[in-house]
Write a protein that binds this ligand. Structure first.
Ligand code: RP5
Length: 189
């Protein structure tokens, strides 16, 4: 696995704007899933940073990251982890920022363990939990949160959704016109 710095995320490429979204994960083995969050944020032009913070293997770093997030200028934190996935909840316990949790799929329990660990937070400490491996949605949700106070970002999210609608309507029209057999043959990968 290559070093992470500069691999993903617009804010760690020594470019201009400071990160608004922090993307953290428990292990570099989560990166193939979690990179989807960085990719969609990059598409929206939202500065983000990507790193590893393990709740169990680097607990001091976890505290430092969560407690320093506001001062650093972050507005939303996306945290992904698998198994006994304590990272998002522990970060949420130490910051007033919204935390979005991504349950990463595990080989032993298919990510159900991650999902329950992240979603079942006690009252007072919310974590907005997306689907198992739903890192792309975590990025979109972060953009939507930022969009409530930034019209330019909100417009980008609206445009993204309009494009999605257009693409589905086009597919529906093609399917209706061509019939399912031809459509399947033409679009089989
Ligand atoms: C969790 O344990 C990580 O988030 C990862 O999903 C899982 C396995 O980690 P590795 O053993 O692959 O480093 O903390």
């Amino acid at each position: 696995m290559k070093p992470l710095v500069g691999t993903f995320g617009s804010a760690d490429l020594s470019t201009s704007s400071p990160a608004l979204v922090g993307i953290v994960m428990g292990s570099d083995s989560d990166l193939p899933v979690m990179s989807e969050a960085a990719k969609i944020l990059d598409e929206f032009g939202i500065a983000n940073e990507v790193t590893i913070v393990s709740a169990h293997r680097t607990p001091d770093r976890l505290v430092e990251y969560a407690k320093g997030a506001v001062e650093k200028g972050l507005k939303v934190i996306i945290a992904g982890a698998g198994g006994a996935a304590h990272l998002p909840g522990m970060i949420a316990s130490m910051t007033p920022l919204p935390v979005i949790g991504v349950p990463v799929k595990t080989s032993t329990a298919a990510g159900i363990d991650s999902l329950f660990s992240i979603a079942q937070m006690p009252p007072g400490v919310p974590v907005a939990t997306v689907a198992i491996n739903g890192a792309k949605n975590s990025g979109i949700l972060a953009a939507e949160i930022l969009g409530t106070s930034d019209e330019a970002i909100q417009n980008k999210v609206s445009a993204y959704k309009a494009d999605m609608e257009k693409s589905v309507l086009w597919k529906a029209a093609m399917l209706e016109e061509q019939g399912f057999e031809y459509y399947l043959k033409k679009n089989s990968k």
